[in-house]
Structures are given as C-alpha cells and as structure tokens.
Design a protein around this ligand. Structure first.
Ligand code: C2E
Ligand code: MG
Ligand code: MG
Ligand code: MG
Length: 288
C-alpha cells in the first residue's frame, strides 16, 4: 500500500515535470515569433518624487501578449530568453520601444518624463548594446538623460571590467544608471566607489515591513544615508502603504515606487492617470 502510494507520488511528480518541460519548450518556440509578431508590450510604473510630489520618471516593465496564454509577466519568459540568448533581441526591442515612447511624450504634457529600462547582466555582455542604445536615442531624437538603465548587483560579480567599461560609456552618453533590488545581491560595496551610479533602488524585501521591523528600518535608513553621502539618489521599491510613504519621506528617501502610487500600466492608461490627477498623493506632513 505504502509502496503503491510512493509509486503514484513518483509518477505524479514526473508527469508534472514533463508537463512543465513541454510547456517550457513550447514557450521557447513561441518566443521565436513574438518579436516578429509584435507581441511584447511595455507597461509603465510611475515613481513619485517625495520632494515635490511630482512624477518625473516611470519604469518600463515588459509583458508578453501571448496569442493563447494571455498577458504573461516577465518571470514567465525572461529567464527562458536568457537561457536561449534571445534576451539580446528582446532587450534591443525594449530600448527601442522606450525611446519611441519618449519621442511621443517629448512635445506634450508628459515631456518631463524619464523612462527606466531593465537590463540583465546577460544583455550587458553584448558588446554592441551601448551603440544600440545611442542609436535608439538618436533615431528618435531623444536626449540621453531621458533614459535610465536599471541593473542588478550581479553585474558587479562577473565580467567586472567589461561591465565597468560598458557602464562608463553609457554614463558618458548621459544615460542615468540605477542599481535595482539593492541589498539582496552578493556583491561588495566597493563598486559604489568604482562605478558611475546615479540611483539606488532599495529592494522591496526591506520596505514591506519597514514600519514594523526595527532591523528593516535601520537598514533602510542606513542605505539612504550611505547613498546620499555618495551623492546618489534613493528609490524605495514596493511601497504599498501610506505609513511606508511617511516613514520614507521622514527619512529623506528621494523617490518611491509601488502599488500605493500605481501598478504598472499601459502608456495610454498612464497618460490618463497623470492628466486626471489620479496619481496625486495628498501631501503627508513630515515629522509625524
Ligand atoms: P524589477 O525591475 O525589480 O521590477 C519591480 C517588480 O515589482 C515588477 O514586477 C513590479 O510590477 C513589481 N512591483 C512594483 N510595485 C510593487 C508593489 O508595491 N508590490 C509588489 N508586490 N510588487 C510590486 P514585474 O513587472 O513582474 O517584473 C519582474 C522583474 O522582471 C523586474 O523586477 C525585472 O527584474 C524583470 N523585468 C521586467 N521587465 C524587464 C525587461 O524589459 N528586461 C529585463 N531584462 N528584465 C525585465
Ligand atoms: Mg527594475
Ligand atoms: Mg527591483
Ligand atoms: Mg527585481
């Protein structure tokens, strides 16, 4: 009886694995056509400037409008694309799409907006990505300081020399550089000295309980102070409550991003939300 159960469990397990593997292979095949079929979309999540309650930047987050599976989040296909190397072409599309959007916004009520795009280490490995970014900016007539690139700490662990070279070139163009998910990587702090960093994004895992947990509060305050003393601005990720906003404002965090302000939304929805004041956050007094 126990033996039978064990066998069934085993079968169930392998069938589940096979199913996942089949799905993975299918998705990988579909990824082949996704670019040609124009199935990717950028969603935008606004960042609120705590100094003057304005929104001057948005993060571009990719989605895949899959013909059969619906709208897929990056976790469902970015890791796959990194394995196959297709991420290089996807990244180029993201940069181009972001620059096209910036060009559209350039001469209107949203001309103040900057767009931050995510680049993985794998994408930075590509020698020509910097040229591609420059080309995308020039083709669309967009000043480089409208674009921001978000990188995770992984780029400070491998290929350090190459990455430093790439980021120095990008920075010289005028592109802003942000460190994403700060505090959860395995890198040393030395890179903050060696790399041209404009922004640190404190990982959501520190923000979630920042008003309840002493340790998270201490870490968050320390990161803000460290960054400011190095002339780097700070974004808090994953802000969902007004209490978190108040804490971050009191401790001089520069920007916040999270569901409290808005989820990531399509460009048209963002424009509507901005123009109708939906994203305005009633000012919270400092010192409460
Ligand atoms: P990320 O760059 O750290 O982006 C933040 C993620 O947190 C986004 O998930 C966003 O929707 C989510 N988020 C924002 N505010 C909140 C909040 O208040 N609460 C919670 N629970 N979550 C929040 P998303 O869009 O699923 O993206 C996941 C990750 O996929 C991104 O993490 C980024 O690493 C990667 N990614 C997204 N777009 C691209 C891209 O174009 N290229 C590459 N290489 N990676 C991308
Ligand atoms: Mg990011
Ligand atoms: Mg992040
Ligand atoms: Mg992340």
């Amino acid at each position: 009886r126990a033996k039978e159960q064990g066998r069934n469990t085993y079968q169930f397990y392998t069938e589940g694995m096979q199913e996942r593997e089949v799905m993975r292979l299918e998705l990988d095949k579909d990824l082949n056509h996704a670019l040609a079929n124009d199935e990717f979309v950028l969603y935008f999540q606004p960042q609120l400037d705590l100094n003057d309650s304005s929104i001057n930047s948005v993060e571009a987050l990719i989605r895949w409008q899959h013909p059969r599976r619906g709208l897929l989040p990056p976790v469902d296909f970015i890791p796959l694309a990194e394995e196959s190397g297709r991420i290089t072409d996807i990244g180029r599309w993201v940069v181009m799409a972001a620059c096209r959007q910036l060009a559209k916004w350039q001469n209107g009520p949203y001309s103040n907006l900057r767009i931050a795009v995510n680049l993985s280490g794998r994408e930075l490995d590509d020698e020509s990505i910097v040229d591609h970014i420059q080309e995308a900016l020039e083709t669309n007539g967009v000043p480089a300081d409208r674009l921001e690139v978000e990188l995770t700490e992984e780029i400070f662990i491998q290929n350090i020399e190459h990455n430093l070279n790439q980021l120095t070139k990008l920075h010289k163009l005028g592109v802003h550089l942000a460190i994403d998910d700060f505090g959860v990587g395995y890198s040393s702090l030395g890179y903050l000295r060696d790399f041209p960093v404009d922004l640190l994004k404190i990982d959501r895992s520190f923000i979630t309980d920042v008003t309840e947990r002493h340790d998270d509060a201490v870490i968050t305050r320390a990161v803000i102070n460290l960054a400011h003393n190095l002339g780097i601005q700070v974004v808090a990720e994953g802000v969902e409550t007004r209490e978190q906003l108040t804490f971050l404002k009191n401790h001089r965090c520069d920007l916040i991003q999270g569901y409290l302000i808005s989820r990531p939304i399509p460009a048209a929805e963002l424009e509507k939300a901005l123009s109708s004041g939906l994203l305005d956050v009633v000012d919270t007094p400092v010192g409460t």
